[in-house]
Design a protein around this ligand. Sequence first.
Ligand code: 0X9
Ligand code: ZN
Length: 301
Amino acid sequence: RGFFSHYPRYNEILSFMSGLASRYPQYCRYESIGRSNEGRHIAALSISLNTRTRPRRVAYIQAAAHGREWITTQTVLYLAYELLSNLRAFQRVLNDVEVFLVPLVNPDGYEYTHSTDRFWRKNRHRYAGHTCAGVDINRNFGNHWNYQGASQNLCSEVYSGTAPNSEPETSAVVRYLEFNRNRVKLSLDVHSFGKFIFYPYGYARNTVPPTVGTLRSVALRAANQIGKYRGTRYTIGTSASILYEASGSLDDFAYGNLGIPLSYTLELPGEEFHVASSDIIHVCKETFAGFIEFIRHVSLY
Ligand code: 0X9
Ligand code: ZN
């Protein structure tokens, strides 16, 4: 059974990642950036051509902040696999850029969707005396926290947590991005579904960031590259204008608080969060072309 023809569990994902790192020790580092509520590792792969020279710009790509969005993890693992298997072909893209990948931000939620509830979205934070569990990691970041499209009701699908950055999954990501603040030029948060590329700001309507022109044109190029594989068409804009307003998300935080110039949320294809096993590889391949296009723009900053 090929890795990209089924949906792997947490353990299989970690062995796939550590396997890549041991096969390409000069180009790939496997590490944990923190632990989840239930103590699982939040695993990362960093890929770069030359680890011994000056600090490089970083392209940060994460997936599965929402447990049920299985296809997102696969596309990020496919990116790692494809880059490492063809390093020579991507020499130019990787020349000045380190790619930092966190394919499974919410391992607890992900495992819960395999064991108990296919459509679980949040993490698995438990609160004493409450039957409802879980914080929406993509409402827990510190930009307009709990302002709109988020809730303080623990049972809500978009529960924003007790405070900005209250969750270990959120703070692992924030710690990494803050530590590498001046190097990270691209932040891509991969979700599903809908075939959208969202740029900031998503917390409210009619909030246009100063660099909207750049944000749009890079997104347009990525969407074009994705479409070349089999004609998949993405819609580009802010989530507030296309889908809904939602505050406390990574895209707004990365752009607004950390000053990361290229910050996006991708919504991959899928029917109600699911992509058939036989389609995984196709979504991986088309999305790969988009990832490469985004990464290409990192060296311009
Ligand atoms: O609601 C979300 O977190 C994302 N959509 S999903 O269906 N995967 O849950 C969209 C987030 C877009 N970004 C902002 N609203 N800032
Ligand atoms: Zn999502």
